[in-house]
Design a protein around this ligand. Sequence first.
Ligand SMILES: [Zn+2]
Length: 247
Amino acid sequence: MTMNDQEEERYSRQTLFDKVGEQGQEKLLASRVVIIGTGALGGNIANLLARSGVGFILLVDRDIVELNNLQRQPVFDEGDVGSSKAEVMAHKLSRVNSDIRIMSRVLEVDASNIEEIIKEADIVLDGTDNVETRYVINDACVRMGISWIYGGVVKAEGMTMSIIPGSTPCLRCVLPKIPEPGSTQTCNEVGIINGIPAMIASMQVTEALKYLMGKEVSKGLALIDLWERKMEVVEIDRNPNCPVCGE
Ligand SMILES: [Zn+2]
């Protein structure tokens, strides 16, 4: 698959970057990505991936746009309040890039539907806001051998890790059990500033681009405190007794 003139112009600044090049761009155009959640993380992810020219993007979210979302969730505007997040985002990003296909599904992801949702994905991007859904994603991705990129944000803090089944640790190697309900903080309880989802989403997207272009992804759990401008990467080993990816 080679690019036409419009694609060459559209992605010219990205292909100029020597880590991407025309070959990398062609791989992106042939790639399929599923983004679960289209709020602050997922919206930033979708915005960047659509502009980067990932050829097929599926957006999955059951929620509708609320006024308090506009503070941190990109793409949406005041006229979208009350509409489906996934549908609005697919519609608007299709106007940004009509050379790619962007689909939406309005539903809640759970263990009963996850396999069908992600089965054709080259990679899954985590834009969710709760631990339970992340375990559903993790367990299905590891079982199916599909890579996924975890991301989580709250207050001014965020985390991200790339999970490549068979190669890296999985989410349950880090956290074997789902924490008790209420034991983890959510944006609804402790708030969030809008820079941190943009930052974590940028890291998730960059790792996804590397993976889709056949390059090695960065290892370890990246932790950022944006308020204190601190970042560290914690090396994590695979747990041989992991209930999902262990032997
Ligand atoms: Zn594991």
